[in-house]
Write a protein that binds this ligand. Structure first.
Ligand code: SF4
Length: 411
C-alpha cells in the first residue's frame, strides 16, 4: 500500500505496534526503558532519546483484549486491594507474570511519574520503583483548589522540571540538549493543535467523529505528542474528518446520528463493544468527552513556566467549579442532547465529584444525564442490564425534550 493512501486507522495501528517494538528493541540492545504516567512532561524523555512505555495505555490494551482478570487476580492474590485502581492492579500483576497476549512490554529501568492525574500513581509508581529497585523521578503537582492555577504551583513545578532534567542527566550520563528539547516542545504544541482540531469535528452536525474512535486515538496522544509520527497521525485524522464533514457524513456508514452525547470518564475497555453497540442501536453518538482537553498541552516553546502550568492544569487536577464549568461549556459547544457519566470504581477522584457535577449541569442547562457503574479494566464491576436501563432512561428523557422543542417550534 502506498504511503499516500494509508488511512489514519491504519497509521494508528502501525504506530502502536512501532511504539511497543521500539521499546522492546531498546531493552534487547541494553538501552534503558522508562515507564511513565499518561500526562507527564514526556518532552524531557523524548529529548533524551529514552524509550518510554505508558502502563495505563498497556493496561487499557489488556482490558480491551479481555485479558485483565489474569493480572487483577494475581495482584489481588499477592495483597493488592480490589479498591485500588484496576490499571495499577493490572500493571502490578504484569510485573510478576510478564506476558500478555495483548502486548508485551519491557520492564523499566526508570520510573517517571506525575501526580497531576491522581494520587494513586504516587504510591503505584513508588511501589514499582521499590519492587524493581530502580530510580523514580516524581513530579508532585498539587491539586488546584483555586479556579486558576496559582503562580506558586507553577513555580513549584518549574523547579521540579529543572531538577528532573538534572536527574535525567545523572541517569543517562548525558547532558540535556536544549535545542532538541525546544524542537520536542514545538512538535508537542503542533501535535496537540491537530489533536484539538480533529476532536473539534464533534461540534459539526452530524458529527463525522465517533467518540469511541477517539478513545482509540487517545493512546497515541499520550505517547506521541512530541514526535513527527504523532503529528502526522493527528493531521491525517483531522483531514479525514474534514472530508467526511464536507460530504455531510455522520459517525457511521450503517446508521444516522439521532442524538449527541458527552461520555464522561474513561471507557469500559473490557465492555467496549457492548457499550458502543447499545448507543449506536439508538442512534446515540458520543461526540466528545472531558478527555480531549486533557492532552491539549500547548505552551510557548522553551518556556518551562508555561510547561509547568500546562501540565498541572488538566481537568483531573482542577477544582469542582472548573470541572462543572467545563462540562457546561462542552454541552453548549458540542450541542449535545445528553450526558453519560461513567462512575468508574477505579477512579475515585473523578467519581466523588460526578454527582455534584451532574446536579450543577442539570440546574444550569437542563441537559438530561444518567450515571452507570463500571470500571475501566476490571470487568466484574460492570452490569450490562444496569447499563441498558440507564441508556434507555436517557433515551426517553432526550426524546421527551426533543418532542417538547418540536411542539414549541410549531406554536
Ligand atoms: S484511572 Fe484514575 S485512579 Fe487510575 S491511574 Fe488513571 S487517574 Fe489514577
Amino acid at each position: 500500500m502506498s504511503e499516500e493512501k494509508i488511512t489514519s486507522k491504519e497509521l494508528l495501528n502501525q504506530l502502536t505496534a512501532k511504539h511497543y517494538d521500539d521499546a522492546l528493541a531498546a531493552k534487547a540492545e541494553g538501552k534503558p526503558v522508562v515507564w511513565a504516567t499518561s500526562i507527564c512532561p514526556n518532552e524531557l524523555l523524548d529529548a533524551m532519546d529514552l524509550a518510554t512505555v505508558y502502563p495505563e495505555n498497556h493496561a487499557a490494551a489488556i482490558g480491551a483484549r479481555k485479558e485483565a482478570m489474569k493480572f487483577i487476580e494475581h495482584a489481588e492474590g499477592i495483597g493488592y486491594s480490589a479498591d485500588i485502581c484496576s490499571y495499577a492492579r493490572v500493571n502490578m500483576g504484569y510485573v510478576d507474570l510478564q506476558h500478555a497476549e495483548a502486548q508485551d512490554i519491557p520492564l523499566p529501568d526508570l520510573i517517571f511519574s506525575s501526580t497531576n492525574i491522581c494520587n494513586t500513581v504516587l504510591k503505584w509508581y513508588e511501589n514499582l520503583a521499590k519492587k524493581l529497585n530502580i530510580p523514580l523521578i516524581l513530579f508532585d503537582m498539587p491539586f488546584n483548589h483555586t479556579y486558576e492555577v496559582p503562580d506558586h504551583a507553577t513555580n513549584y513545578i518549574r523547579g521540579q522540571i529543572e531538577h528532573a532534567i538534572c536527574q535525567l542527566e545523572d541517569f543517562t550520563g548525558r547532558k540535556m540538549d536544549y535545542d532538541k528539547l525546544g524542537e520536542k516542545m514545538a512538535m508537542n504544541n503542533a501535535t496537540c493543535e491537530w489533536w484539538k482540531k480533529a476532536t473539534d469535528w464533534g461540534k459539526t452536525k452530524p458529527s463525522p467523529l465517533n467518540g469511541f474512535d477517539m478513545f482509540n486515538y487517545m493512546a497515541m496522544i499520550v505517547c506521541m505528542r512530541s514526535s513527527q509520527d504523532g503529528h502526522k497521525l493527528f493531521k491525517l485524522w483531522y483531514e479525514e474528518l474534514k472530508q467526511k464533514a464536507e460530504e455531510g457524513k455522520g459517525p457511521w456508514n450503517s446508521a444516522e446520528e439521532q442524538y449527541r452525547i458527552i461520555w464522561d470518564g474513561i471507557a469500559c475497555w473490557p465492555h467496549l463493544s457492548t457499550t458502543f453497540k447499545l448507543l449506536k442501536k439508538y442512534g446515540i453518538n458520543m461526540v466528545t468527552s472531558t478527555y480531549p482537553s486533557s492532552w491539549y498541552k500547548v505552551y510557548e516553546t522553551n518556556d518551562l513556566d508555561g510547561m509547568a502550568r500546562s501540565y498541572t492544569g488538566n481537568y483531573a487536577n482542577r477544582n469542582l467549579d472548573y470541572g462543572a464549568n467545563q462540562m457546561e461549556n462542552l454541552i453548549k459547544e458540542f450541542s449535545v442532547d445528553g450526558v453519560v457519566f461513567h462512575s468508574n470504581r477505579s477512579c475515585k477522584l473523578m467519581d466523588f465529584r460526578t454527582y455534584e457535577v451532574q446536579r450543577r449541569i442539570t440546574e444550569r442547562t437542563g441537559c438530561p444525564s444518567v450515571i452507570f457503574d463500571g470500571d475501566q479494566t476490571d470487568p466484574r464491576v460492570f452490569s450490562q442490564a444496569q447499563y441498558e436501563t440507564r441508556i434507555q432512561a436517557l433515551l426517553e428523557m432526550m426524546e421527551e425534550k426533543k418532542e417538547a422543542k418540536r411542539k414549541g417550534d410549531m406554536e
